[in-house]
Design a protein around this ligand. Structure first.
Ligand code: AMP
Length: 175
């Protein structure tokens, strides 16, 4: 099963980026093109019933699969980046982290009014990042068509936090 294949390859890195965190490192997947292909096919399958006009990919690990998925579906890519990385005029949303806050941005002409957007990231933890991306899209007049992740850390209940934006939440594996 694809789920088992992915779980076998994902690497747990303890105490990264700080003590107490078990970081789910998906980079070993990237060296297995056959597995990348299967993952993209599965994601495509899972979002096929949704009306999607563009895919918003969250920096930086969300770029890997989000970009390939958008390419495969012939859809535009909307880069969602950390503050200060995008060169042109931006729209931004500040959100809370465990300690302190962070800001994500998109170019102000990247999100069209009434455009149905799938938000993609590698992993769903508390849902803070994905909900900030959803706020950014709504604030710019876009529509949140759904969310896709490779991994859902279900014990952090991220999906509960995202439900109010869209009931369409896809994750390939869960812990
Ligand atoms: P959150 O905003 O809490 O849902 O965190 C999700 C974001 O943080 C994603 O962009 C993930 O790449 C990253 N992240 C959070 N926790 C982990 C983890 N345990 N392993 C890998 N990435 C993580």
């Amino acid at each position: 099963m694809l789920e088992d294949k992915i779980k076998k390859v994902i690497r747990d890195v303890h105490d990264f980026p700080k003590k107490g965190i078990v970081f789910k490192d998906i980079t070993p997947i990237l060296s297995k093109p056959e597995l990348v292909h299967e993952i993209i096919e599965k994601l495509k399958d899972q979002v096929a019933h949704l009306k999607i006009d563009a895919i918003a990919c969250i920096e930086s690990r969300g770029f890997w699969f989000g970009t390939i998925l958008a390419y495969e579906m012939s859809l535009p890519i909307i880069p969602i980046r950390k503050k200060g990385k995008l060169p042109h005029k931006t729209v931004s949303v500040e959100y809370d982290l465990e300690y302190g806050s962070a800001t994500i941005e998109a170019h102000d002409d990247a999100i069209g009014k009434g455009v149905n957007i799938l938000i993609h990231d590698d992993l769903l933890a508390t849902g803070g990042t994905a909900s900030a991306a959803a706020d950014l899209i709504i604030q710019s007049g876009g529509i949140v068509a759904g969310f896709s992740f490779l991994v859902d850390l279900t014990f952090l209940k991220g999906k509960e936090r995202l439900r109010s934006y869209s009931p369409n939440m896809i994750s390939l594996i869960e812990y």
